[in-house]
Design a protein. Structure first.
Length: 48
């Protein structure tokens, strides 16, 4: 059985250059202010 090996630094740079990385941009659909606004007004309308 062979020992597993990772990519060399050169292979990593080549793959990154081709856009083959697993880095994912974190994007939310709403801002914290939008979420807070929705929650506050639902609560306020429920009280009324």
């Amino acid at each position: 059985m062979q020992n597993p090996q990772g990519l060399t630094e050169r292979e990593v740079l080549e793959r990154r250059g081709r856009g083959e990385s697993n880095a994912v941009a974190f994007v939310t659909s709403r801002s914290y202010l939008d979420i807070a606004h929705a929650i506050i007004f639902k609560l306020f309308n429920g009280i009324l």
